[in-house]
Design a binder for this molecule. Sequence first.
Ligand SMILES: [Zn+2]
Length: 280
Amino acid sequence: MANTENVEIGVIGGSGFYSFLEDVTEVRVDTPYGPPSDSLFLGELAGRRVAFLPRHGRGHHLPPHRINYRANLWALRSVGARQVLGPCAVGGLRPEYGPGTLLVPDQFVDRTQSRKQSYFDGLPLPDGTEPNVVHVSLADPYCPTGRKVALKAARGWDWEAVDGGTLVVVEGPRFSTRAESLWYRAQGWSVVGMTGHPEAALARELELCYTSMTLVTDLDAGAETGQGVSHDEVMRVFAANVDRLREVLFDAVAGLPENAARDCLCASALGGMDPGFELP
Ligand SMILES: [Zn+2]
C-alpha cells in the first residue's frame, strides 16, 4: 500500500494535470459504491500532498453520465483529501465568454437526469449500514475560500478569470440544441457543462470543500452563429489552454488552507446530523 498519509487536496481532472509530476504513486481505492473512475495518483505539489483522479478514466472512456461520482468523491476523502478542485471544460452561453475564458462559478443549475446524486438515498451500503435521511444545504454550492484562492491564482498568471456565474449541468453526452442553449442564456446562466453535478453536491454531503474552475472551450449553440459545437474544436481549445490551466491549478493547490484550518461552512455541512455511517 502506497503512503496515503497527509493527502490534503483532491483534484478531479485529466492526466494533463499530473502526468509530468515526479514521484507520482498510483493507488487503487475501492468504495462501497464501486470503483472510482480510475486509480488515484498521489503526488506532491508546493509541499502539499495531492490526490489526482482522472474524471473520465485515463483513456477518457467514461462519458459524463457513466462516471461514478459517488465513488470518486468517496475515494478522495478516504485518502485524506478534504478540499477538492474540479476543473472542467464548458461551453460559453454569452458571446463575451468566448473560448479561453476561465470562469469560477458561484452557482449551478442541475439539468441532469440519470445520476446518483446523494449518499443519503435510503439504500443500505453493501456492508448493511443504513444511511439516515440527511438534507444538506447547497444554497451556496462552492467553497468560498476555494473560490477566492482559485481567482487569485488565475490573476497571478494574468488570466482575468470571471468571478461568479451559473454553471448549468446537462446530461450529455450530446451538446445542447440551439433552443436549449438560448433558454439557458435567457435565464442569465453563464456556462454549460456535463460534469459539475453531482460533484459539488456529493462533496458537500461528505463535508468536503469543492471549487469548480470552468474553462470555456467553445460558444454553446445559442451563443454562436456557425454550425454549433464540434468535439474537435472543444479538444483543440482545451489543449491550447491546458498548460496555463495547470499552472493556475497548481498555484491554487498551494494557496489552499491546511485542512485543519478550514473555517468555511463546508467543513461542518452535516451540522452534527448523524449520517448513519462513518465518513471515510
Ligand atoms: Zn470550504
